[in-house]
Design a protein around this ligand. Structure first.
Ligand SMILES: O=c1ccn([C@@H]2O[C@H](COP(=O)(O)OP(=O)(O)O[C@H]3O[C@H](CO)[C@H](O)[C@H](O)[C@H]3O)[C@@H](O)[C@H]2O)c(=O)[nH]1
Length: 328
């Protein structure tokens, strides 16, 4: 297939691009490099430094695209509470512009990066796709709006749409001399920050809240290896069906508290990771754990690296060889 990957210079989009190329697809990456990394771009993909709002300039009817994988988004849940307008404009308005371009060009299928954040504080655990959607942060709301637009697009215009609701993505892609890991500027995610502390580049990790109704008072998240997540996109592309909007949760079904994650980072790195309890971060749900039973049943998705030790181990290998080496 000829595929457009928005956000293909990002952490997840660049790994999926590699796997699509390995599977024999042709890939055009749309990434304005605002948050993406030029070095993460796959050399065998065509890169266009265009934002999603201008996707129509690339998705022309005669360009012959068979599908779009839409990763480009702002992703920091905490930031989305203090700068919500950025999230609505970029994530929702940008996606609607992309959908207009997809429709005008007659592109038959689209796979969308949705999120566990659409559920908010769950009423049932593990969370099925049918659970109540009540996002507690703006990030989740902006993604839920796009999910709803995709349902309309499938019904109204016959798009073959798939939303993949990621839980917490971790680990690194380390294959054939290619290394892609998680790095954001500024970094807001728990595991990369804990690795910074283990490496001595930060004094301590701030734990945002220890008074949640969980086993140790810190938030619970379900971690998924970036490679397992990426493989689900290839399966979704094949499963996409005209006129349907399919939605799949992707996680391992195991919840880890933030303190447990820090402990795994200590074990894997062999280094101390001092922590300090800080106030809750606005918008954080207490506990997010996936039921990915539907993805397993309908997509045939089976995680190959389900343990947090594997994920932190790969993230640490990437960190030592790439982050520390580049910025000693
Ligand atoms: O320095 C830090 C950073 C994070 N946390 C805590 O660690 C947990 C995980 O936070 P992350 O920022 O690593 O991840 P989130 O759960 O907020 O969000 C992630 O998972 C979401 C789905 O749940 C979305 O996909 C989103 O894009 C992605 O960033 C939260 O309780 C957070 O408060 C800390 O205590 N200290």
């Amino acid at each position: 297939m000829k595929l457009l990957v928005t956000g293909g210079a990002g952490y997840i989009g660049s790994v999926v691009t590699r796997m699509l190329l390995d599977a024999g697809h042709r890939v055009v990456v749309l990434d304005d490099l605002r948050t993406g990394h030029a070095e993460a771009l796959a050399p065998d993909a065509t890169h266009l430094a265009v934002g999603v709002h201008d996707a129509a300039s690339v998705l022309t009817p005669d360009a012959g695209f068979d599908g779009v994988l839409h990763f480009a988004a702002l992703i920091a849940a905490g930031e989305s509470m203090v700068r919500p307008e950025l999230y609505w404009h970029n994530n929702t308005v940008g996606s609607l512009a992309l959908l207009d371009a997809v429709r005008a060009a007659g592109v038959p299928r689209l796979v969308f990066s949705s999120t566990a954040a659409v559920y908010g504080n769950p009423v049932e655990l593990p969370i099925p796709e049918t659970a109540v959607k009540a996002p507690t942060n703006t990030y989740g709301a902006t993604k839920l709006a796009v999910d709803m637009a995709l349902t309309s697009e499938a019904i109204g215009h016959g798009l073959a749409a798939v939303s993949l609701r990621y839980f917490n993505v971790a680990g690194a892609y380390l294959r054939d001399g290619v290394a892609i890991g998680e790095r954001h500027d500024p970094e807001t995610h728990l595991i990369p920050i804990a690795l910074d502390v283990a490496a001595g580049r930060r004094d301590k990790l701030q734990l945002f809240g220890d008074d949640y109704p969980t086993v140790d008072g810190t938030c619970v998240r379900d971690y998924i290896h970036v490679e397992d997540l990426a493989r689900a996109h290839l399966l979704a592309l094949t499963a996409a069906t005209a006129g349907q909007h399919r939605i799949y949760n992707l996680g391992n079904g195991n919840g880890f508290t933030n303190r447990q994650v820090v402990e795994v980072v200590r074990e894997v790195t062999g280094k101390p990771v001092p922590v300090e309890v800080a106030p809750r971060r606005e918008g954080d749900p207490a506990e997010l754990v996936a039921s990915a039973a539907l993805a397993r049943a309908e997509l045939g998705w089976v995680p190959e690296k389900p343990t947090l030790h594997d994920m932190v181990g790969d993230a640490w290998a990437f960190y030592r060889t790439h982050v520390l080496r580049e910025q000693p």
